[in-house]
Write a protein that binds this ligand. Structure first.
Ligand code: BDR
Ligand code: CA
Length: 313
């Protein structure tokens, strides 16, 4: 089984991804780390604790960054129109959640867990990359100790969703993302190029919920608000952005990839844009030189991904 720390900002599509990781037999979920993004970090942490409690997930939850890696960066508003005021589609969430977060901040939890199992821990990050950037700044040696980093983020061949150029997770903290892409650990990015092709219809989710018991009813309930937002964008269904990154961890053969160095624009009208310099192409000297080659996903067998999600949930 692959040890995974799930770095997340729940978030509706994050919730499905969490349940997928919990239920997949190839994954050993050793920790959940939270960050601002779809809501403030207090809310995303409460949501992670709530979901873990309801779904019987006993992995520790460590609260992470409340704001961007570079404190000078102006932080935008939270996308309450996508994930609801409470980050989980405005469902009722009880005020009294018994579980409490791990005492360590998320980046310290990541460092300690990676060092305790060198070469064995995969980081699956589906939110602004602030916690990963803080971890690598504090303990650069973990780059050589992490098994791999799989992240939901970026828009390579297509337009963004937070701006015409940028995908939301990268746009929310471009400096952190640039550090993560240029660090000496193996990164695979699952961006909008493939996630927006992977849409679970409202009917499909309802039918999984009908067969899947209480946990799936909760997932279906909390996803309704998000699907209402996406109705006029992708049809009547749910873009399963974050679950795509989790599927890549267990079924990489369902994706086509390219390799090269990735940089993130940190200023200008395209800030947050992810740009690949493909391996094998020659240019003059550039800011892409001297950084490790990483992997990006370009195409997906969406039907097979959705079938695997259904089976796993
Ligand atoms: C990403 O942004 C967040 O709103 C989602 O949870 C996902 O991680 C999609 O751009
Ligand atoms: Ca997310």
């Amino acid at each position: 089984m692959e040890k995974v720390i799930f770095d997340t900002d729940p978030g509706v599509d994050d919730a499905m991804a969490l349940l997928f990781l919990h239920r997949h037999p190839g994954i050993d979920l050793v920790g959940i780390t939270t960050v601002f993004g779809n809501a403030d970090v207090g809310t995303t942490t409460r949501n992670a604790l709530f979901l873990a409690e309801r779904w019987g997930i006993d992995a520790p939850v460590a609260r992470g960054a409340a704001s961007t890696f570079d404190p000078r960066r102006h932080q935008g508003a939270f996308p309450v129109f996508i994930h609801g005021e409470n980050g989980l589609g405005n469902i009722d969430i009880p005020a009294d959640i018994a579980a409490v977060p791990d005492p360590r901040p998320a980046h310290r939890f990541i460092i300690d867990t990676v060092k305790a199992s060198p070469g064995e821990v995969t980081l699956i990050a589906v939110a602004p990359l602030t916690n990963l950037a803080l971890a690598i700044r504090e303990a650069p040696e973990i780059a050589g100790l992490v098994k791999r980093v799989i992240l939901m983020g970026g828009a390579f061949a297509m337009h963004g969703n937070a701006s015409p150029a940028a995908e939301a997770n990268i746009h929310n903290d471009p400096e952190a993302a640039d550090l993560v892409f240029t660090a000496a650990w193996p990164v695979t990015a699952i961006g909008l190029d493939v996630t927006t092709r992977t849409v679970m219809t409202r009917g499909e989710l309802a039918s999984i919920a009908a067969e899947g018991g209480e946990a799936l009813h909760l997932l279906d309930d909390l996803s309704q608000f998000y699907m209402d937002f996406y109705r006029h964008r992708v049809g009547d269904g749910m873009v399963v952005h974050d679950t795509c990154a989790c599927v890549f961890a267990v079924a990489p053969e369902l994706f086509e990839t390219r390799t090269g160095t990735v940089r993130v624009l940190t200023e200008g009208i395209a800030e947050g844009k992810t740009v690949l310099k493909p391996d094998g192409l020659r240019f003059g000297p550039s800011a892409w030189d001297g950084h490790p080659s990483q992997t990006i996903c370009t195409h997906v067998d969406a039907d097979a991904v959705l079938a695997l999600i259904r089976k796993t949930l």
